[in-house]
Design a protein around this ligand. Structure first.
Ligand code: DAH
Length: 341
């Protein structure tokens, strides 16, 4: 009896070894037949069970069952492995590979990068400030009176701790002047937040680029020259700039500036509502009060500051008529700004 048991065990051993070594599914089937088929090794051994005494039979039966089930499960396992690793013969290796689309810069990022590039060539360096600001930098130091409507919770997102999401990039002016002595010449691009109801020209989250130049004898004429140079670089040599009087708490005098319409060259069209001009943003000469808050002597220094809405520039440049398109991330829209297109 022991020899029959040994024979079954050795059949199991060699069966498992062969299954392990098998490299394709066809071979696995051959191994199955060799060991478990009607005339297979295990069946041959089992034929001899009849010659055993009744006491010996149960144990041999157990060994035989174990032998069969072990081989069957080893075969199943191996089939799974072979199926997952062997290549499917139906694959056409002559087909071209699938191309992965190359990503591209978002139009807002493109405009920021281009604007920064233009100002850098004019000698400005890039400054940065936090999106979460305090009231001092966003309002107080910018000479904004305590009852100014822009501070209202209807316009500004306040955090529970009294801080706020900056409503403009102007606080970066303050942070820069707190840290450095004049001359300073910086631009600061970044995100801004206001509680605006979204529509074709408003978004709760938008971008500005701030400019600040402080030195001895800085004049309004230099501001105009800087904005004109920017307009030429960004939109072409035909573009003109005009100033209109305005009010901002942090500049005196303050102004709003327009670029002549890039669509009709100032003749008047639907884009500029027949005026020939496109409103860009605000600017002015830094208010002496602001200089005092940051410890600059207004008798010694003067400076100009300006802001620009990045979305506004992008909409003019790419002829986009709804600001929301810039935030919906519709791939069909964004692909139009890809250079690989
Ligand atoms: N911060 C202003 C705004 O968000 C824009 C602005 C106006 C910036 C005048 C300036 C400036 O630096 O001098 O409307």
């Amino acid at each position: 009896m022991s020899s029959l048991k040994e024979k079954l065990e050795s059949a199991l051993h060699s069966g498992l070894k062969e299954i392990k070594a098998a490299k394709d599914i066809g071979l696995i089937e051959e191994i199955r037949i060799k060991f478990l088929g009607k005339k297979g090794v295990v069946s041959q051994h089992l034929k001899k069970v009849g010659q055993l005494s009744p006491e010996e039979r149960p144990e041999i039966g157990k060994t035989a069952n174990l032998c069969k089930t072990s081989i069957i499960s080893a075969i199943e396992e191996k089939k799974k492995i072979l199926k997952s690793t062997t290549s499917d013969k139906s694959i056409d290796i002559s087909l071209p590979g699938r191309r992965r689309g190359i990503g591209s810069k978002h139009p807002i990022s493109q405009v920021i990068d281009d604007a920064v590039g233009i100002f850098r060539r004019m000698g400005f360096i890039v400054a940065d400030g936090p999106d979460i600001e305090d009231e001092f930098h966003n309002f107080d130091a910018l000479n904004t009176p305590p009852d100014h409507p822009s501070r209202d919770v209807q316009d500004t997102f306040y955090l529970d701790d009294g801080r706020l999401l900056r409503t403009q990039t102007s606080p970066v002016q303050i942070r820069v002047m707190e840290e450095r002595k004049p001359p300073v010449r910086i631009v600061a691009p970044g995100r801004c937040y206001r509680r605006d109801t979204p529509d074709a020209t408003h978004s709760m989250n938008f971008h500005q680029i701030e400019g600040l130049y402080v030195d001895k004898h800085v004049s309004l004429a230099e501001l105009k020259g800087t904005l004109l140079t920017f307009a030429h670089e960004m939109f072409g040599k035909d573009v003109n700039v005009r100033f209109r009087p305005h009010f901002f708490p942090f500049t005196e005098p303050s102004l709003e500036y327009d670029f002549s319409c890039v669509n009709c060259n100032g003749k008047g069209c639907s884009v500029c509502k027949q005026s020939g001009w496109l409103e860009i943003s605000g600017a002015g000469m830094v208010d002496p009060e602001v200089f005092k808050r940051v410890g600059y002597d207004p008798e010694e220094y003067s400076g100009y500051a300006f802001g620009m809405g990045i979305e506004r520039l992008a909409m003019i440049r790419y002829k986009i008529n709804d600001i929301r398109l810039l935030y919906e991330n519709d791939i069909r829209f964004l692909q139009q700004f890809s250079h690989s297109n």
